[in-house]
Design a protein around this ligand. Structure first.
Ligand SMILES: Nc1nc2c(c(=O)[nH]1)N[C@H]1C(S)=C(S)[C@@H](COP(=O)(O)OP(=O)(O)OC[C@H]3O[C@@H](n4cnc5c(=O)[nH]c(N)nc54)[C@H](O)[C@@H]3O)O[C@H]1N2
Ligand SMILES: Nc1nc2c(c(=O)[nH]1)N[C@H]1C(S)=C(S)[C@@H](COP(=O)(O)OP(=O)(O)OC[C@H]3O[C@@H](n4cnc5c(=O)[nH]c(N)nc54)[C@H](O)[C@@H]3O)O[C@H]1N2
Ligand code: SF4
Ligand SMILES: [Mo]
Length: 743
């Protein structure tokens, strides 16, 4: 007897609603949920492959302990005892500085990991915390924290209502959007144009998104900040700035006016390759359209001027009056109540960084982390406080971070490594113990992170579809067992004790906060009201009940609880985004601090770059609808058909380099060389080559039988750990100098 069950797709930020047909423990069909008002029935090949992931025989289900070059299945208790003995030995011989952690992207897509990861990291007791954030959105979050007070206060382009959308360095038709949860985005962009809106795309490739646009312009990789500064220059020069109601909420406008002086459209054009007259026209259109928004993502973040480019996006929103305006870019008000809904509305502590620095490169901490481009050197540079043990949680840094050959060697040299992961892959092969997560269908699902970046306020929950199989462990429990080990409670620590401690701490924080709806209440009473839930569901229920729409444990009886959200088949619609200024701000001044030092101090470097003499070949990446970073290549339908890991190159550039379509080319950077088959196409700018990341599954010792047949090459063998966006330390992954020739 088969039945249909609804489920939110866990794979990407679009969070599509799916309908799964299940027969016993088996998923027999996956479809888009036509009744989901948010995703409108949309599904992509990855969502459709959810059944394959669930059933993948290579997906790990038992802890593995490595003995030399072979792996042995182990009982959970033995695995934790092994970890306890080794981590404690290392901490005794050195101290907690010898420990490090790397947290990967799927943590944000997994409720258990998202809510309990910070508990583990606190218990680590070491400053050596790294994550995929610093090969991704860190510059944007840094800018938002500096301007608006928290790293989660990211203005979301209001694509369903805007009249003019400028997209740079993002290809949402292929990636389905990031820091922009807008399922079925291709149709949304088509509707934007149908209602008379304009779409402009700036990208070194003519992408699927560019093909939907009114205009597409090639840009020299890494020069978006020049282009955007020239837009700002034009807006001031032509007296087009019009802040409207923002005027009273914004400071340091005059500083921005002065800083943009060198960036005339002519000067920028020479560097970015977009004609000065085009730059002027885009500036005028942005300023004079009834509403407009700018969306910059991976291409504008993972580049040499990622912070400046991300900053200029927000400066343009401010100058054109589009920040916090319907049709412009607005702040969400998500149900789970993140930092910019807590504390005193309108002001706060603002951005704090640099409380510590990394040992080798002396890079300041941001949001409690060091840049992952510094991870290998922390392991392979001898000395006091050298990293000797690593915990990875849902991360594959060997394929996703710069100079991965060096990191691969560094991981092999560790004294001990633990991975919480679902595959034996390029990174986890270096672990001494792998602790397997469950299938995502065996846990409940909610997207606190992506609801905070959505174009509409929504609350959607999926209960676990299947029970956790005998002999497996939910990941929050795995993380609490590791927390026990790191806090000295031993390998057998009582999960319930730690879980109660975590929730009690959260409750106490709320009951003692003056602005909370449960201020002054007894903690025990709140704890009692959360029964019988435990783990992530209890935490989520608490967050929803104390969030901006929450029931407040009786204070607002019509408000949200997890029960209410769970009872709504396609979630609860909390309405379109609305203006939130000045309430959303958590800056010290209580204003939008438009020209913070951390940003403006980097402008000299950009001015210098304005006249840089750079004609060499530059490497960028790209994404494919059927792939997801490094870890979905073991699902047969996603690797079927044409090879995806090819080197795209313009015909003129190919001729100059002596390579031809279908042939192998050698690509060389300062740090490495890879060989990949060539795709010649005029959809990429001359002087630029593109290779997707996340491939290179060609080691003998991986348990990825399908991926190994479609190995591809690892583009991060070419990316360079010395190239960073200076203010944030984010890795440069777009615009790597390379040479190309026949293999
Ligand atoms: N050159 C280049 N490099 C890039 C990028 C680029 O554009 N160009 N993009 C960067 C970006 S944006 C990102 S986010 C990073 C991603 O970098 P990572 O997060 O390091 O890599 P992923 O490929 O997402 O690998 C995720 C890991 O989590 C495991 N996993 C998957 N699901 C689960 C689960 O439910 N539980 C557990 N425990 N494990 C799970 C997978 O097996 C895999 O080992 O890559 C970055 N690297
Ligand atoms: N199918 C699929 N979906 C995904 C992922 C995936 O791997 N596959 N990964 C997920 C993750 S972790 C993330 S962070 C998001 C990322 O989502 P997006 O930001 O949309 O990522 P990309 O598709 O890589 O698009 C980046 C674009 O920037 C362009 N570009 C490169 N360099 C520059 C530059 O210097 N300037 C400009 N203007 N453009 C440049 C590239 O050509 C590319 O088209 O996607 C998520 N969704
Ligand atoms: S776009 Fe695809 S992978 Fe992303 S949520 Fe929707 S179905 Fe899942
Ligand atoms: Mo990402």
């Amino acid at each position: 007897m088969s039945e249909k069950r609804r489920r939110i797709c866990p794979f990407c930020e679009a969070t599509c609603g799916l309908v799964l047909t299940i027969d016993g423990r088996k998923v027999t069909r996956v479809e888009g949920d036509a009744d989901d008002p948010f995703s409108e029935g949309f599904i992509c090949p990855k969502g459709a492959a959810l059944a394959q992931f669930d059933a993948d025989p290579d997906r790990l289900r038992t802890p593995l302990i490595r003995e030399g070059t072979t792996w042995r299945e182990a009982a959970w208790d033995e695995a934790f005892e092994h970890i306890d003995a080794n981590l404690n030995r290392i901490v005794e011989e050195h101290d907690k500085h010898a420990l490090a952690a790397y947290v990967g992207n799927p943590v944000v897509h997994n409720l258990s990991l998202l809510l309990y990861n910070s508990v583990l990291l606190r218990a680590l007791g070491s400053p050596n915390i790294f994550s995929a954030t610093s090969v991704d959105q860190l510059p944007k979050q840094l800018v938002c924290a500096a301007l608006f007070g928290t790293g989660l206060s990211v203005p979301i382009p209001d694509i369903d209502r805007t009249d003019y959308l400028l997209i740079l360095g993002a290809n949402p038709v292929e990636s389905n959007g990031s820091l922009l949860t807008a399922p079925n985005i291709g149709d949304r962009l088509k509707r934007l144009r149908k209602r008379g809106g304009k779409l402009i795309v700036i990208d070194p490739r003519r992408t699927k998104t560019a093909r939907l646009a009114d205009a597409h312009h090639f840009i020299r990789p890494g020069t978006d900040a020049h282009f955007l500064f020239a837009l700002v220059h034009t807006i001031f020069e032509e007296d087009l700035a019009n802040l409207g109601r923002l005027e009273e909420h914004v400071m340091q406008l005059d500083q921005v006016r002065e800083l943009c002086a060198p960036f005339t459209p002519e000067a920028a054009a020479g560097r970015c390759g977009i004609p000065a007259e085009t730059i002027r026209q885009i500036a005028r259109d942005l300023a004079t359209s009834p509403t407009a928004a700018v969306y910059g993502r991976i291409g504008t973040c993972t580049q040499a001027f990622g912070t400046l480019a991300s900053w200029l996006v927000e400066v343009i929103h401010v100058l054109t009056g589009n920040l916090d305006r319907e049709g412009g870019a607005l702040f969400t008000l998500p149900a789970h109540g993140p930092g910019n809904t807590k504390g005193k509305p309108g002001s706060g502590r603002g951005l704090r960084m640099g409380r510590r620095s990394s040992r080798v490169r002396n890079h300041p901490e941001i949001f409690g982390e060091f840049p992952v481009a510094c991870l290998a050197e922390e392991i392979d540079t001898p000395g006091e406080r050298q990293v000797r043990a690593l915990i990875t949680v849902a991360g594959n840094p060997v394929l996703s971070t710069p100079n991965s050959d060096r990191l691969d060697r560094a991981l092999a040299s560790l004294e001990f490594m633990v991975s919480v992961d679902v595959y034996l892959n390029e990174t986890t092969r270096h672990a001494n113990v792998i602790l397997p997560g469950v299938s995502s269908l065996e846990g409940s699902h909610y997207d606190p992170a992506f609801e905070a970046f959505a174009i509409h306020n929504y609350a959607r929950y999926s209960p676990a579809l299947f029970e956790i199989p005998e002999g497996q462990m939910d990941e929050w429990e795995i993380l609490l067992r590791l927390t026990g080990i790191l806090s000295g409670a031993g390998p057998q620590s009582d999960i319930t004790f730690f879980d109660d401690l975590v929730i009690s701490t959260l409750i106490q924080r709320e009951t003692s906060a003056e602005t909370s709806c449960i201020h002054g209440r007894e903690s025990d009473e709140i704890l009692e009201a959360l029964k019988p839930r435990r783990g992530p569901d209890r935490m989520l229920d608490f967050m929803l009940r104390t969030g901006p729409y929450g029931e407040g444990f009786g204070a607002n009886p019509d408000g949200l609880t997890l029960d209410k959200v769970a009872a709504a088949p396609t979630g609860i619609d909390l309405g379109p985004l609305k203006p939130r200024l000045p309430e959303v701000l958590r800056t010290v001044s209580g204003k939008v601090e438009l020209a913070p030092d951390i940003v403006t101090e980097d402008i000299d470097r950009l001015v210098e770059d304005l006249t840089a003499d750079d004609n060499g070949l530059l490497l960028i990446g790209r994404r494919d609808l059927s792939s997801n970073n490094s870890w979905m290549h073991n699902l047969p339908t996603l690797v079927a058909g044409h090879a995806r890991c090819t080197l795209q190159i313009h015909p003129d550039t190919a001729a100059a380099c002596g390579v031809a379509d279908g042939e192998e080319a050698a690509v060389t950077s300062r740090v490495g060389t890879v060989c990949a088959p060539v795709t010649v196409t005029d959809a990429i700018a001359p002087g630029v080559v593109s290779l997707p990341h996340g491939w290179g599954h060609d080691h003998d010792d991986l348990r990825l039988s399908v991926a190994r047949e479609h190995a591809g090459v690892n583009s991060n063998i070419l990316t360079d750990e010395d190239l960073m966006d200076v203010p944030s330390g984010n890795a440069v992954l777009c615009g790597i100098p390379v040479t190309v020739g026949p293999a």
